[in-house]
Design a protein around this ligand. Structure first.
Ligand SMILES: Nc1ncnc2c1ncn2[C@@H]1O[C@H](COP(=O)(O)OP(=O)(O)OP(=O)(O)O)[C@@H](O)[C@H]1O
Length: 364
């Protein structure tokens, strides 16, 4: 067993802003080299928590420990701050060259000019910015500015990096390119990181563990697969794009397979509940197969439901299709499938999904 303390530990942390309590987190940890994403809607407390972890905002209660040592004195705070870097949504660059911006954190670390030059160029190279070293930071595009800001943060070789919505202000292609580079650099350097984002795809790409924050509390923690497929409550389910969150009544339950009545259908799902109990079940749209002929006997899915197409909504690379099964259901399909199956409103279709694809939530 590894008894080494986590890089970061938070205990009973409370933070207020303008006198109003906005964070209440009994426990949160970050292992050495781990990448944790902090996801939550606007105003949920992501920035407040990040600023507190960076010791830029004082907590009203609780403790932050780094490798077991409480950050509760000026000396501990100073040592801790030297180990971390922070990147914000706005790059906040100095009005000088890209080189000087990236060198800023190194100059206060008493490195020689030669060491600074080679560290800056090496880090700019990592972020594909070496050709911009002598450019004025004020003349960079949004993506180049954020690359410079990331290079400045990584140049000091932090042991932990706090990234607060780092790509939220960028367009989709720039964001994707930067996410890809950041993922690679975090892996290569083994830097521990917390990435606050409201974009689940960004979180999925970057992190091995997710924490979902709502109203200042961590409402679920786990691997991205656990959070996405097994949300702890209705809030998390909706936030991670479950789309199908429905309420039904349990008819029977045997050997961890529950039969739930919904819209005149008996839906089978893996889970434990009492007959007569009202339950919520969640089904991701991508886990529903749509066909125009009855797949019973062909599919291994336990649930096959006849339905009528209500609406097809183009969403870019996929289409959202709303169907009426006696209860509403949303599925995702490619444009090619929509054309191939002639899925116009009013068309009869069959929706099939596995019992294991349905996640059951019991009411408290
Ligand atoms: N400077 C401040 N003074 C008073 N209240 C604040 C201040 N900044 C944030 N708050 C409040 O604290 C709560 C958490 O806000 P915070 O900015 O941490 O959330 P967030 O999840 O980062 O949101 P967003 O994604 O919109 O930035 C909100 O209720 C917000 O109104």
């Amino acid at each position: 067993m590894n008894d080494a303390p986590n890089f970061l530990e938070v205990e009973q942390l409370t933070v207020a802003r303008g006198g109003v309590p906005v964070i209440d987190i009994p426990r949160l940890s970050l292992a050495e080299g781990e990448v944790l994403s902090l996801i939550g809607p606007n105003g949920s407390g992501k920035s407040t928590l990040m600023l507190t972890l960076a010791t830029l905002l004082p907590p009203t209660g609780g403790r932050i420990r780094c490798r077991g040592e409480a950050i509760d004195s000026d000396r501990a705070r100073f040592a801790y701050r030297r180990r971390l870097a922070m990147v914000f949504q706005e790059p906040l660059l100095f009005d000088t060259t890209v080189f000087e911006n990236v060198a800023a954190g190194l100059k206060i670390r008493r490195m020689t000019r030669g060491e600074i030059r080679s560290r800056v160029m090496e880090t700019l190279e990592l972020f594909s910015m070496a050709g911009f070293a002598e450019r004025s930071a004020s003349k960079l595009s949004g993506g180049e500015s954020q690359r410079t800001s990331l290079a400045r943060a990584f140049a000091i070789r932090p042991e932990m990096i706090l990234l607060d919505e780092p790509f939220a202000a960028l367009d989709a292609p720039t964001r994707l390119a930067l996410t890809t580079d950041l993922e690679r650099i975090l892996t290569e350097t083994g830097t521990a990181a917390i990435v606050a984002t409201h974009d689940q795809l960004e979180a999925l790409r970057l992190s091995t563990r997710m924490a979902v924050i709502n109203r200042g509390a961590i409402v679920q923690g786990g691997t991205p697969a656990e959070v996405m497929n097994r949300p702890a409550n209705e809030f998390v389910a909706s936030f991670v794009g479950m789309e199908n969150v429905l309420t039904g009544t349990v008819l029977a339950c045997s050997q961890s397979v529950a039969t739930v009545s919904l819209g005149g259908h008996a839906i089978e799902l893996v889970g434990q509940a009492e007959p007569g109990e009202s339950v919520i079940f969640c089904l991701r749209p991508e886990n529903i197969a749509i066909s125009t002929t009855d797949p019973a006997g062909v599919t291994s899915a336990r649930n096959v439901i006849r339905a009528v197409v209500r609406k097809v909504i183009p969403m870019g690379i996929y289409n959202k299709i709303e169907i009426d099964c006696g209860f509403p259901l949303v599925a995702y399909l490619t444009s090619q499938s929509i054309d191939h199956l002639h899925l116009d409103p009013g068309k009869t279709v069959y929706a099939s999904f596995k019992a294991t694809a349905v996640h059951l939530l019991r009411r408290d």
